[in-house]
Design a protein around this ligand. Sequence first.
Ligand SMILES: C[S@@+](CC[C@H](N)C(=O)[O-])C[C@H]1O[C@@H](n2cnc3c(N)ncnc32)[C@H](O)[C@@H]1O
Length: 277
Amino acid sequence: MYSAHQLERARALTYKHSGITLGSNKDVMIANRLDKLKRDVGHDDIDAILNAVERGNHVETFVSSFTTNKTNFFREEFHFDDLKNRVFQEAIAKGGEFKIYCSAASTGEEPYSILMTMEQAKEEYGSPMLNYSLLATDIDLDVLKHATNGVYEWNKNADDFPDWIKPATFFKRRPHPSREGDYLIKAKETLARRVRFNQHNLMAENYPFKPEEFDVVFCRNVLIYFSQADQNVILKKLFRTLKLGGTLYLGHSESPLELTPYVERYGQNIFVKVKEF
Ligand SMILES: C[S@@+](CC[C@H](N)C(=O)[O-])C[C@H]1O[C@@H](n2cnc3c(N)ncnc32)[C@H](O)[C@@H]1O
C-alpha cells in the first residue's frame, strides 16, 4: 500500500518527465507501476526511489514504469490500407524523397508495419525506386531497445498481419528457445535498415525536425495520455513538421482538436494538412 502523498509524488513526477496525466481514478494503476519501479530499481524503499528520481536519478527507469506500451502489428489496419493505396500512389506521382515519422513507436510493431506496407506498395505498384525513410521515436528507452532488436513472438502476432502481407518476406523465423511449438521472428535487415529509432519526448519544448520535414506523421494512441491543453501543443508542433498536403494519422479515440480547420478528413482519423497553422 502506498500513502496518498507517495501516489501524489509519483503523479507529479510522471507529468514532469513525460506529460502523462494520471487522474485521481488511476491510483490502483499508479500503485502497480510503483511496484514495477521497485522491482526494476532493485530495492524496496519507495520514498528513497522517489527522492532519487526528484534528484534526477533513475529517470529513464521511472518513465518506463509509467508508460503504457500496448501495441500490435497493423493496429487500425485501415491506416495502412490508406498509406498503400492513396498516399503511396501520390508519392510516386510527385517523386523526390518521401519521409515518414512515427512519433510513439513503442516496441516497434507500428514502424515495422509501416515499412512492410511501403515495401508491399513498391512491389504492387512496380515502383522500386521510391526513395523513402522512416524515423520512429518514443520516450521509453526500454521499448526502443526492443524495437531496435526487432524480435517478436510469432504465435502472439500471427493473426495481426493482413492477408496482403507475407510475413516470411520480411521476417526470419526460428523456434522459441524455451517454448516448444512457438516461434520468434526477427525483422530482416532489408526491412530494418529503412528505420531509425531515436528517443524523443513529445512534451519537449523544441522538436529536432525542420518545418515541413515529413510527408506522413503517425501519432496514434499516445495523445490520450495527455491533457487536452498538452495535446493541442503537441499536435501543433507535429503539424509544423508535416508538409502541406501531408497526412496525419491519429489513434481511434484521438482528434486534431484546434487543428481541425487546417485539415481535411480522409477517413477514420486520417487527416490531410490543407493549410498552415
Ligand atoms: C499505447 S502505446 C501506442 C503505440 C503505437 N503508437 C500504437 O498505436 O500501437 C503509447 C506509446 O507512447 C509512448 N509515450 C508516452 N508518453 C510519451 C511522450 N511524452 N513522448 C513520446 N512517447 C511517449 C509510450 O512510451 C508508448 O510506447
